[in-house]
Design a protein around this ligand. Structure first.
Ligand SMILES: [Zn+2]
Length: 343
């Protein structure tokens, strides 16, 4: 029994209820769960101090919980210090990335990249990307399907799947995931369906950068592959691409566990603004800022900016709150407007 641990949670979690063993449940204070609208999503274990919100706020230690409900560092440290001797240490308290959800169960062999010629991506060279940038990120060209290819690595650096951008007069268009038959045409098979929303592009590189250092980098989050390549080429090696303007539960969990400060740098258009608002809300508790575009009204994305403009956008990044105010995205009005649009 750790009354003191329960007392710490009780200060923040409405309607705590004792469950089986050392488990407790309540309404999640991190996302201000409304007791009239849902069942309790929050739970913790009084022996370990570990908690979880099943609605998507994440999971972690008591210290992390206090940070996520907005308790200042000094008070949180003091509160944890007072109960530290009561907490049973478990392996679960140290989440690692070596978990099934960040690791492909059916990776493609690395040798398949040998099929693709890195020097045929004329489109990207024309756009100002260097051969080195393309080579370092294994961007290639599939002459069979006429697509620029982007291997999507899992956190362990295995190829979880392949994405290609068709080029040429008639097939110009969207990025597409290589299907089973696309891969079979190249002589490879994949049993399980690859879901790219489980991964962030370049996650294996960035996880390593955040793990292997005492001075973690600030991680830049962009939408697309080209934006990420552009950031990297201009010196921001710790850049991840969402592969869109929304975030999946897996991606969210990855960013929450990364242990690095984040800067959201989505496209400067309606989709990017809505994505920034939503993702920023979901990432509450993780130190995060929003990059500012030099031209507020131009529909542009990071790879439209010069290195100097990128520098200013990053240096003048601001809190989600002040970014929203600057763009006039006051909560209810903006939500209504964007919902109407998407209807
Ligand atoms: Zn929650």
């Amino acid at each position: 029994m750790s009354q003191a641990v329960v007392a710490v949670f009780n200060r923040h979690v409405p309607r705590l209820k004792k469950g089986a063993g050392a488990e407790w449940t309540g309404f999640c204070p991190i996302h201000d769960e409304d007791p009239t609208k849902s069942k309790p999503s929050f739970g913790f274990n009084e022996d370990s101090g570990l908690w979880v919100c099943r609605a998507g706020c994440g999971a972690g230690s008591l210290r992390r919980f206090l940070a996520m409900v907005g308790v200042g560092d000094m008070s949180a440290d003091a509160a944890v210090e007072r109960v530290r001797h009561l907490l049973v240490r478990t392996d679960k308290a140290k989440p690692t990335f070596r978990k099934a959800r960040f690791t492909s169960q059916d990776p493609l062999p690395r040798r398949m990249l040998g099929l693709f010629d890195p020097y045929l991506s004329d489109d990207l060279l024309y756009d100002g990307f260097s051969e080195k940038t393309l080579r370092d990120n294994d961007v290639g060209f599939d002459t069979h399907h006429m697509r620029i290819t982007y291997p999507i690595y899992d956190v362990a650096g295995q190829i979880a799947g392949l994405v290609g951008k068709p080029v040429g007069r008639y097939e110009e268009g969207k990025y597409r995931v290589y299907t089973k038959s696309d891969l079979e045409e190249l002589g490879y098979t994949q049993r399980l369906r690859f879901d790219r929303s489980h991964y962030l592009w370049r996650m294996h590189k960035v996880a390593k950068m955040c793990r292997d250092t005492d001075d973690p980098p600030t991680v830049i989050i962009v939408e697309g592959y080209k934006a990420a390549l552009w950031m990297v080429q201009n010196g921001w090696e710790a850049t991840l691409a969402l592969q869109g303007s929304s975030i999946s539960d897996e991606q969210l969990l990855f960013l929450q566990r990364l242990g690095c400060d984040l800067i959201l740098f989505l496209d400067n258009d309606r989709g990017g603004w809505l994505g920034t608002s939503k993702i920023g809300y979901k990432l509450r508790g993780v130190p995060m800022r929003v990059a500012t575009y030099p031209y507020k009204d131009a529909r542009i994305q990071p790879d439209d900016l010069t290195q100097q403009e990128l520098l200013v956008a990053i240096q003048e990044s601001r809190s989600l709150h002040s970014w929203r105010r600057e763009y006039g995205l006051t909560s209810t009005k903006f939500t209504q407007r964007t919902q109407q649009r998407s209807r």
